[in-house]
Design a protein around this ligand. Structure first.
Ligand code: NAP
Length: 255
């Protein structure tokens, strides 16, 4: 087993994180939080180049280095290229945050095949291929993987058969990989948020959202910054002995 990169004595400025889908929303908040921690960041986007470049500049304001790499995480070759570019530039990859995801809610009989395929390609196969690429880079010196899942991975909401199935798969993947990769000093965890204020939930009708809010003991949506704090915790010393966990942060919605 190689020397772990996760010791508190390690120089933060040398660590490098790839955050998929970090041009906006939760991924952007994670990238900025890690940059604030002194971690170099690879910003990944698919279509939002301008916003991705803005995130790069904001990261640099924290004194770290950052680059933006376009890659559609539904495509295994593009994920391979993302890791190659990141490695070529930084020479190491210590952390992967699998975050790029889509939601496409519809009742069972109304789910179009292309929506089903796209959701599994991005939310499941994309995470899987990125984990493969990350593990290859981390096996010698250890590393950490955080998969952004969802409370929908274990809580049933009508109309979310596809999304729930993809996030349930992410949870299972996380636990199996924690067992497989522990011997290399690689931790694998998932963060499962409830409703978080981003563009993703803009499509939820206001009436429906009011219903959900009544079911949340804390009585509000979460913020992307709150998710970023949990990810940062898992990548820091507090996460040294945590692996295979699905950390739910939903204001109590799933209780
Ligand atoms: P969002 O605001 O819609 O942002 C999605 C991000 O993913 C964007 O940066 C987008 O970049 C990127 N992306 C989408 N498809 C991509 C692809 N094929 N390749 C590369 N990048 C891609 O979503 P969010 O709310 O921040 O969600 C982020 C993650 O949190 C997702 O996995 C989601 O399932 C999970 N989550 C969200 C909530 C919530 O309430 N918001 C709750 C639980 C879990 P481009 O614009 O460049 O495509």
């Amino acid at each position: 087993m190689g020397e772990s990169v996760n010791t508190a004595s390690q120089e933060a400025a040398k660590r490098v994180a790839i955050v998929t889908g970090s041009s906006r929303g939760i991924g952007k908040a994670i990238a900025l939080r890690l940059a604030k921690e002194g971690i170099n960041v690879v910003i990944n986007y698919n279509s939002s180049e301008g916003p991705a470049l803005e995130v790069v500049e904001k990261c640099k304001e924290y004194g770290v280095d950052a680059i933006a790499v376009k890659a559609n995480t539904a495509d295994q070759k593009e994920i391979g290229n993302l890791f190659r570019e990141a490695f070529k530039y930084f020479g190491q990859i210590d952390y992967l945050v699998n975050n790029a995801g889509v939601v496409d809610d519809a009742y069972l009989m109304m789910v179009p095949k292309d929506s089903l395929d796209r959701s599994f390609e991005i939310n499941v196969k994309g995470y899987f291929y990125a984990c493969q690429s990350a593990a290859l880079k981390m096996m010698k010196r250890g590393g950490r993987i955080v998969n952004i899942s969802s409370v929908s991975g274990r809580m049933a909401l009508a109309g979310q058969s596809v999304y729930s199935a993809t996030k349930g798969a992410v949870n299972s993947l996380t636990q199996v990989l924690a067992k497989e990769l522990g011997q290399y000093g690689i931790t694998v965890n998932a963060v499962a948020p409830g409703f978080i204020q981003t563009e993703m939930i803009d499509a939820v009708p206001e009436e429906k959202m009011q219903e959900y809010l009544k079911a949340i003991p804390l009585g509000r949506q979460g913020t992307a910054d709150e998710v970023a704090e949990v990810v940062n915790m898992l990548l820091g010393p507090a996460g040294d002995y945590i692996t295979g966990q699905i950390i739910t942060m939903d204001g109590g919605l799933s209780l």
